[in-house]
Design a protein around this ligand. Structure first.
Ligand code: DX5
Ligand code: ZN
Length: 215
Protein backbone atom coordinates (compact mmCIF):
# COMPACT_ATOMS: atom_id res chain seq x y z
CA UNK A 1 0.00 0.00 0.00
CA UNK A 2 1.27 3.42 -0.95
CA UNK A 3 1.19 5.83 1.95
CA UNK A 4 1.43 9.62 2.07
CA UNK A 5 2.40 11.83 5.00
CA UNK A 6 1.89 15.55 4.21
CA UNK A 7 4.29 17.76 6.17
CA UNK A 8 2.52 20.62 7.94
CA UNK A 9 5.78 22.59 7.87
CA UNK A 10 4.46 23.89 4.55
CA UNK A 11 0.94 24.61 5.88
CA UNK A 12 -0.40 28.11 6.43
CA UNK A 13 0.14 28.60 10.17
CA UNK A 14 -2.42 31.44 10.25
CA UNK A 15 -5.05 28.78 9.77
CA UNK A 16 -3.38 25.60 10.92
CA UNK A 17 -6.65 24.18 12.26
CA UNK A 18 -8.30 24.42 8.84
CA UNK A 19 -5.25 22.84 7.20
CA UNK A 20 -5.46 19.89 9.59
CA UNK A 21 -9.21 19.58 8.92
CA UNK A 22 -8.41 19.52 5.20
CA UNK A 23 -5.98 16.62 5.86
CA UNK A 24 -8.76 14.86 7.80
CA UNK A 25 -10.94 14.98 4.68
CA UNK A 26 -8.06 13.83 2.44
CA UNK A 27 -6.55 10.39 1.83
CA UNK A 28 -3.44 11.32 3.85
CA UNK A 29 -2.27 8.43 6.01
CA UNK A 30 -0.29 10.48 8.54
CA UNK A 31 0.35 14.08 9.48
CA UNK A 32 4.12 14.62 9.31
CA UNK A 33 5.27 17.07 12.00
CA UNK A 34 8.75 18.58 11.58
CA UNK A 35 10.27 19.65 14.88
CA UNK A 36 13.45 21.76 14.55
CA UNK A 37 15.52 23.11 17.42
CA UNK A 38 17.91 25.55 15.71
CA UNK A 39 20.85 23.42 16.93
CA UNK A 40 20.66 20.12 15.06
CA UNK A 41 19.38 22.02 12.02
CA UNK A 42 19.76 25.69 11.08
CA UNK A 43 16.08 26.49 11.56
CA UNK A 44 13.44 26.55 14.32
CA UNK A 45 9.93 25.33 13.53
CA UNK A 46 7.48 24.31 16.25
CA UNK A 47 7.34 22.06 19.28
CA UNK A 48 5.17 20.27 21.81
CA UNK A 49 2.24 22.76 22.22
CA UNK A 50 1.63 22.89 18.46
CA UNK A 51 1.73 19.10 18.15
CA UNK A 52 -0.72 18.87 21.02
CA UNK A 53 -3.05 21.34 19.27
CA UNK A 54 -2.77 19.49 15.94
CA UNK A 55 -3.51 16.20 17.71
CA UNK A 56 -6.72 17.64 19.15
CA UNK A 57 -8.03 18.24 15.62
CA UNK A 58 -6.37 15.47 13.59
CA UNK A 59 -8.06 12.14 12.95
CA UNK A 60 -4.83 10.95 11.27
CA UNK A 61 -1.90 9.56 13.27
CA UNK A 62 0.94 12.00 13.89
CA UNK A 63 4.33 11.12 12.39
CA UNK A 64 6.73 13.25 14.46
CA UNK A 65 10.17 13.92 12.91
CA UNK A 66 12.53 15.20 15.61
CA UNK A 67 15.34 17.28 14.13
CA UNK A 68 16.70 18.03 17.58
CA UNK A 69 19.75 17.21 19.67
CA UNK A 70 19.23 15.09 22.77
CA UNK A 71 15.82 13.73 21.73
CA UNK A 72 15.72 11.31 24.73
CA UNK A 73 14.88 14.24 26.95
CA UNK A 74 11.62 15.02 25.12
CA UNK A 75 10.36 11.65 23.86
CA UNK A 76 7.79 11.20 26.62
CA UNK A 77 6.53 14.78 26.08
CA UNK A 78 6.03 14.16 22.36
CA UNK A 79 4.28 10.90 23.19
CA UNK A 80 1.92 12.71 25.58
CA UNK A 81 1.33 15.36 22.92
CA UNK A 82 -0.03 12.64 20.63
CA UNK A 83 2.78 11.19 18.50
CA UNK A 84 2.06 7.77 16.94
CA UNK A 85 5.48 7.50 15.32
CA UNK A 86 8.61 9.17 16.69
CA UNK A 87 11.61 9.53 14.40
CA UNK A 88 15.00 10.48 15.82
CA UNK A 89 18.12 11.26 13.79
CA UNK A 90 20.96 8.75 13.75
CA UNK A 91 23.31 11.75 13.80
CA UNK A 92 21.74 13.12 17.00
CA UNK A 93 21.82 9.96 19.13
CA UNK A 94 24.87 8.70 21.02
CA UNK A 95 22.96 5.74 22.48
CA UNK A 96 20.58 5.03 19.64
CA UNK A 97 19.55 1.57 20.87
CA UNK A 98 18.55 3.02 24.24
CA UNK A 99 16.60 5.83 22.56
CA UNK A 100 14.73 3.34 20.36
CA UNK A 101 13.85 1.19 23.37
CA UNK A 102 12.56 4.28 25.14
CA UNK A 103 10.21 5.07 22.23
CA UNK A 104 9.03 1.45 21.95
CA UNK A 105 8.37 1.19 25.69
CA UNK A 106 5.63 3.81 25.19
CA UNK A 107 3.82 1.49 22.78
CA UNK A 108 4.33 3.71 19.72
CA UNK A 109 6.36 3.22 16.54
CA UNK A 110 10.09 3.90 16.60
CA UNK A 111 11.95 5.22 13.59
CA UNK A 112 15.46 6.43 12.75
CA UNK A 113 16.28 9.09 10.19
CA UNK A 114 19.47 9.30 8.14
CA UNK A 115 20.80 12.55 6.72
CA UNK A 116 21.73 12.48 3.01
CA UNK A 117 25.42 11.82 3.79
CA UNK A 118 24.83 8.90 6.18
CA UNK A 119 25.02 5.47 4.52
CA UNK A 120 22.22 2.97 5.17
CA UNK A 121 24.84 0.40 6.31
CA UNK A 122 24.94 2.36 9.60
CA UNK A 123 21.59 0.77 10.45
CA UNK A 124 22.68 -2.88 10.11
CA UNK A 125 22.82 -3.47 13.87
CA UNK A 126 19.62 -1.62 14.76
CA UNK A 127 17.31 -2.31 11.80
CA UNK A 128 15.58 -5.28 13.46
CA UNK A 129 14.40 -2.94 16.25
CA UNK A 130 12.90 -0.35 13.92
CA UNK A 131 9.31 0.06 12.75
CA UNK A 132 10.37 2.60 10.15
CA UNK A 133 13.44 4.24 8.62
CA UNK A 134 13.21 7.80 7.34
CA UNK A 135 15.67 8.71 4.60
CA UNK A 136 16.28 12.43 4.14
CA UNK A 137 16.37 13.32 0.47
CA UNK A 138 17.34 16.95 1.24
CA UNK A 139 19.48 18.38 4.01
CA UNK A 140 17.05 18.79 6.89
CA UNK A 141 16.00 22.23 8.03
CA UNK A 142 13.84 23.67 5.28
CA UNK A 143 10.95 22.77 3.04
CA UNK A 144 10.97 23.41 -0.70
CA UNK A 145 14.46 22.11 -1.49
CA UNK A 146 15.61 20.08 -4.48
CA UNK A 147 15.51 16.25 -4.19
CA UNK A 148 18.96 14.60 -3.95
CA UNK A 149 19.12 11.88 -6.64
CA UNK A 150 21.46 9.61 -4.65
CA UNK A 151 18.45 8.78 -2.45
CA UNK A 152 17.13 6.16 -4.93
CA UNK A 153 20.14 3.90 -4.45
CA UNK A 154 19.89 4.30 -0.67
CA UNK A 155 16.27 3.15 -0.84
CA UNK A 156 17.26 0.08 -2.86
CA UNK A 157 20.08 -0.82 -0.44
CA UNK A 158 17.83 -0.33 2.59
CA UNK A 159 15.03 -2.41 1.06
CA UNK A 160 17.53 -5.21 0.44
CA UNK A 161 18.69 -5.04 4.09
CA UNK A 162 15.06 -5.27 5.28
CA UNK A 163 14.02 -8.12 2.96
CA UNK A 164 17.18 -10.13 3.67
CA UNK A 165 16.24 -10.14 7.35
CA UNK A 166 12.55 -10.84 6.72
CA UNK A 167 11.58 -7.63 8.52
CA UNK A 168 8.51 -5.44 8.08
CA UNK A 169 10.36 -2.15 8.62
CA UNK A 170 8.77 0.59 6.52
CA UNK A 171 10.76 3.07 4.44
CA UNK A 172 9.79 6.73 4.40
CA UNK A 173 11.47 9.42 2.29
CA UNK A 174 11.39 13.13 3.12
CA UNK A 175 12.28 16.16 1.00
CA UNK A 176 11.70 17.44 -2.51
CA UNK A 177 8.96 14.93 -3.33
CA UNK A 178 6.72 15.58 -6.35
CA UNK A 179 4.88 13.25 -8.77
CA UNK A 180 7.98 12.36 -10.81
CA UNK A 181 10.21 11.73 -7.78
CA UNK A 182 7.39 10.01 -5.88
CA UNK A 183 6.74 7.50 -8.66
CA UNK A 184 10.42 6.54 -8.83
CA UNK A 185 10.60 6.27 -5.04
CA UNK A 186 7.62 3.91 -4.86
CA UNK A 187 9.22 1.84 -7.63
CA UNK A 188 12.48 1.72 -5.63
CA UNK A 189 10.67 0.30 -2.59
CA UNK A 190 9.48 3.27 -0.54
CA UNK A 191 6.35 2.74 1.59
CA UNK A 192 5.63 6.29 2.78
CA UNK A 193 6.19 9.58 0.96
CA UNK A 194 6.49 12.82 2.91
CA UNK A 195 5.43 15.84 0.89
CA UNK A 196 5.36 19.40 2.18
CA UNK A 197 5.38 22.23 -0.34
CA UNK A 198 4.19 19.98 -3.19
CA UNK A 199 0.95 19.32 -1.29
CA UNK A 200 0.34 22.64 0.44
CA UNK A 201 1.31 24.87 -2.52
CA UNK A 202 -0.93 22.91 -4.88
CA UNK A 203 -4.23 24.34 -6.14
CA UNK A 204 -5.92 21.33 -4.62
CA UNK A 205 -3.95 19.69 -1.79
CA UNK A 206 -6.67 17.03 -1.44
CA UNK A 207 -6.39 15.99 -5.10
CA UNK A 208 -2.59 16.11 -4.92
CA UNK A 209 -2.57 13.75 -1.93
CA UNK A 210 -4.97 11.38 -3.75
CA UNK A 211 -2.76 11.47 -6.86
CA UNK A 212 0.42 10.76 -4.85
CA UNK A 213 -1.24 7.62 -3.49
CA UNK A 214 -2.09 6.45 -7.00
CA UNK A 215 1.39 6.87 -8.51
C1 DX5 B 1 12.87 19.12 6.03
C2 DX5 B 1 11.64 18.45 6.59
C3 DX5 B 1 10.68 18.01 5.56
C4 DX5 B 1 10.09 19.12 4.76
C5 DX5 B 1 9.77 18.59 3.41
O1 DX5 B 1 13.80 19.32 7.03
O2 DX5 B 1 12.01 17.30 7.33
O3 DX5 B 1 9.64 17.20 6.13
O4 DX5 B 1 8.93 19.66 5.34
O5 DX5 B 1 9.36 19.63 2.62
P1 DX5 B 1 9.29 19.56 1.04
O6 DX5 B 1 8.33 18.44 0.70
O7 DX5 B 1 8.77 20.90 0.68
O8 DX5 B 1 10.68 19.29 0.55
ZN1 ZN C 1 10.37 15.76 7.97
Amino acid sequence: MKLVAPSILAANFNRLGEEVEMLNRSEADFVHCDVMDGVFVPNISFGIPIIQAVNQISIKPLDVHLMIVNPDKYISDFFKAGASIITVHYEACTHLHRTIQQIKSLGIKASVCLNPHSPVALLEDIISELDMVLLMSVNPGFGGQLFIENTYQKVVALKEMILKRNLKTQIEVDGGVNFEVGKKLYESGVDILVAGSFVFNANSPIETIAALKKL
